[in-house]
Write a protein that binds this ligand. Structure first.
Ligand SMILES: *Cc1c(COP(=O)(O)O)cnc(C)c1O
Length: 424
């Protein structure tokens, strides 16, 4: 099946007389005839459902759709994108370990890594996505367990050279984890470029309608943990909390990583997605390929309009020739990147505030990747406590406006922007 067909039909093949749409199994528990039958599930000797904190059929069906879209071997949903990125790392790195990460990543992920996970004893080295191969290789230590980056960084919009990062990760016997939230599998499939694990904030384009917070974790099944049993003992040696199961032996490379994340991390930390949210996510993905095309078309038209406008200083969008990410985007996202662009309004903070105030159709929201266009001026909202100097250090200039182009008509969006710019 092609990507478009997987969006619509992936993950769920109803049998004779079964519901055509994914059923919402709104049940915490599942009934068994005997204790032995349930015991086999607890021992991981049989597959099945017993408690929705570990697994739920609705969530698994939607995870299977995302798994097919990314071309993976196993996947799971989580309660948020934050939980997905935390699980992705914590499944293979714990106290005393080290991870190499691109420095241009989502602010929430940066905080998770640099503050919260650091407090748990996991050390991160942040490298510029533009670093040379030598600089990248120099970031590794004997205790490095993974490499992390975002295909298209939120909100910097830099494009990651996935092959460069995969090569360095594999040379040091580590998997590459890619957060593929912004392009979605419609725009880029990181496994095709050497990534080993993919994460998503499904809150964004996969849901697409701003209706449910969620995350996903997908394994390519290609990283051979058994080549490095000392580096990945959690996957390659017996788990005493499951009567000595060794995940790579029992579930193979295809299933070991996701099974461990499910039965250990989800069991103990419980960051589940609700079946209701998973249903909405599945419904959203059915139109993902149609929406992404429109998001990209609108962003391209709006970026070109803004680039020519006399009141605009600069525009960042990797679909614009000459943009820093243009060449990499052509390679990794030939069918379009995403609908988010950023630009600078002449006149700095005051002008940007006036511009925001005069938007009508485009709403002010911290959200991105929604069917409805939305806009944010960080210097007067999310980053308003910061001085001009602190803003510069955070890579957020006072004139920066982030615009997430929805799937409305491009001319209507451009008219709204033109009116707001005229009011400055
Ligand atoms: C939003 C976002 C996250 C965090 O996801 P939540 O669903 O908000 O927890 C992680 N990575 C990227 C790239 C994001 O855009």
């Amino acid at each position: 099946m092609k990507t478009e067909t997987k969006c619509v039909q992936g993950g769920y093949r109803p049998k004779n007389g079964e519901p055509r749409q994914i059923p919402i199994i709104q049940s915490t528990t599942f009934k068994y005839e005997t204790s032995e039958a349930m015991g086999k599930l607890f021992d991981l000797e049989a597959a099945g459902y017993f408690y929705s904190r570990l697994q739920n059929p609705t969530c698994d069906t939607v995870a299977a759709k995302i798994c097919e879209l990314e071309g993976g071997t196993a996947a799971m949903l989580t309660g948020s994108g934050q939980a997905a990125n935390f699980f992705a790392i914590f499944n293979i790195a714990s106290c005393g370990d080290h991870v190499v990460s691109s420095s241009t990543i989502y602010g929430g992920t940066f905080n998770l890594f640099a503050v919260t996970m650091k407090r748990m004893g996991v050390d991160f080295t942040f490298v510029s996505p533009d670093c040379t191969e030598e600089e990248l290789n120099a970031a590794f230590r004997p205790n490095t367990k993974a490499v992390f980056g975002e295909t298209l960084a939120n909100p910097a919009l830099t494009v990651l050279d996935i092959e460069k990062f995969a090569k360095a990760a594999h040379a040091h016997g580590c998997p590459l984890i890619i957060d593929n939230t912004f392009p979605t599998p419609v725009g880029c499939r990181p496994f095709e470029w050497g990534a080993d694990i993919v994460t998503h904030s499904t809150t964004k384009y996969l849901d697409g309608h701003g209706s449910a917070v969620g995350g996903a974790l997908v394994d390519s099944g290609r990283f051979d943990w058994t080549k490095y049993p000392d580096r990945y003992p959690g996957l390659c040696t017996p788990d005493e909390s499951y009567h000595g199961v060794t995940y790579t032996e029992r579930f193979g490379l295809a299933g070991a990583y996701i099974t461990k994340a499910t039965v250990q991390l989800m069991r103990d930390l419980g960051c589940v997605q609700s079946p209701q949210s998973a249903y909405l996510l599945g419904l959203g993905i059915e139109s993902l390929h149609v929406r992404m095309k429109k998001h990209c078309e609108n962003a391209q038209a709006v970026a070109e309009f803004l680039q020519k406008h006399e009141k605009i200083n600069w525009v960042t969008y990797c679909g614009l020739p000459g943009d820093a990410g243009y060449e990499l985007a052509k390679k990794y996202m030939p069918n379009g990147s995403c609908g988010v662009i950023s630009f600078g309004v002449k006149g700095g903070r005051t002008a940007a505030e006036a511009f925001m105030k005069n938007l009508n159709l485009i709403s002010i929201a911290t959200h991105v990747a929604d069917a409805r266009s939305c806009c944010l001026h960080p210097a007067s909202s999310t980053h308003r406590q910061l001085s001009e100097e602190e803003l510069a250090a955070a890579g957020v200039s006072a004139d920066l406006v982030r615009l997430s182009c929805g799937i409305e008509d491009a001319e209507d969006l451009i008219e709204d922007l033109a009116n707001a710019l005229a009011a400055i």
